[in-house]
Design a protein around this ligand. Sequence first.
Ligand code: HEM
Ligand SMILES: *[C@@H]1O[C@H](CO)[C@@H](O)[C@H](O)[C@H]1NC(C)=O
Ligand SMILES: *[C@@H]1O[C@H](CO)[C@@H](O)[C@H](O)[C@H]1NC(C)=O
Ligand SMILES: *[C@@H]1O[C@H](CO)[C@@H](O)[C@H](O)[C@H]1NC(C)=O
Length: 318
Amino acid sequence: MASYTKFFVTFSMVFIFLACSSHAQLSASFYATSCPTLLSIVSTAMNQAVSNQQRMGASILRMHFHDCFVQGCDASVLLDDTATFTGEKNAGPNQNSLRGFEVIDTIKTRVEAACNATVSCADILALAARDGVVALGGPSWTVPLGRRDARTASQSAANSQIPGPGSSLSALTTAFAAKGLNARDLTALSGSHTIGQARCTVFRNRIYNDTNIDPAFATLRRRGCPTTGGDANLAPLDIRSPVAFNNDYYTNLVGRRGLLHSDQELFNNGTQDTLVQTYSTNNALFSSDFAAAMIRMGNINPLTGANGEIRRNCRRLN
Ligand code: HEM
Ligand SMILES: *[C@@H]1O[C@H](CO)[C@@H](O)[C@H](O)[C@H]1NC(C)=O
Ligand SMILES: *[C@@H]1O[C@H](CO)[C@@H](O)[C@H](O)[C@H]1NC(C)=O
Ligand SMILES: *[C@@H]1O[C@H](CO)[C@@H](O)[C@H](O)[C@H]1NC(C)=O
């Protein structure tokens, strides 16, 4: 009887453990005892990076998005290609476009010096993305932590699952729904395009061929983006305040001054028009919706528990 009870209790504990670990949740206090200086290391480094170059806040935010949409937020995007390993850096949406990897390296080096072999690259990226937004005057939020780093990457998933700048509203909502994000999340997260830059090659078709565009804006952008050549020429995604994180992106859309075709799809007589209009006049609502949507995006399919690893160097597997 006693041994049966013991067996039953043990069995129940194993069952509860398995049940919990299969629904593992991230937690803001995950490193509270194992790495208490983590948050200040990351925010100090991001403030330095953004004061060196304001665009870096945007670049790191985008890197987190491209991480989360491919296999989940698992730092797969940070792995370098090698002779025997194909990462995501040369996928279409990333090649000659994603930037800021050296900033993550710097943060990782400092974090390793303080808390050896403890903090994942995926968590560092999630924190750095938040701190870049804050450094540019945007909202803050508490970042759930405890992600682990992937031992795999997928160039093909990066090519097929990150939506492109020519996407229709229906393609955008489908791509976000595939990651558990709804249309409101799509519209709020697209507000990221209140900061950062885009290359001529991704907006050329819009400024020459789209009709739902402010003509003066099209003329202005054509000056820096010829019909052929100048593919890498940059223009700000937000014409009003390109290094301030605010709701001006939505004001642009209402004025048909979205830079990307995909941006203007959110205000083109479709389901998101009302929300775009609302965000354009209500920065507080945009800020709180953006923060909530960033937490949902950061929760996409994390590796937890004994899955994955804590990479020593974010660019390669241990
Ligand atoms: C809704 C679908 C989206 C599409 C089609 C899209 C597309 C793009 C494109 C084409 C660029 C310019 C890249 C280049 O020319 O090198 C860009 C830049 C950027 N994207 Fe998105 N994006 C989307 C959603 C997001 C989301 C969800 C975030 C963040 C949560 C984000 C953050 C950014 C940032 C911050 C930049 C500027 C990066 C820099 O200056 O380095 N985007 N995006
Ligand atoms: C850091 O951790 C790695 C892996 O656990 C170990 O090999 C290395 O000796 C540690 N370094 C220090 C300085 O503790
Ligand atoms: C405009 O659209 C046409 C037809 O799709 C295409 O051939 C042309 O390259 C586009 N022009 C630019 C500048 O993208
Ligand atoms: C929406 O539809 C109206 C009426 O059909 C049209 O005048 C307007 O240009 C459209 N707006 C956009 C952003 O396409």
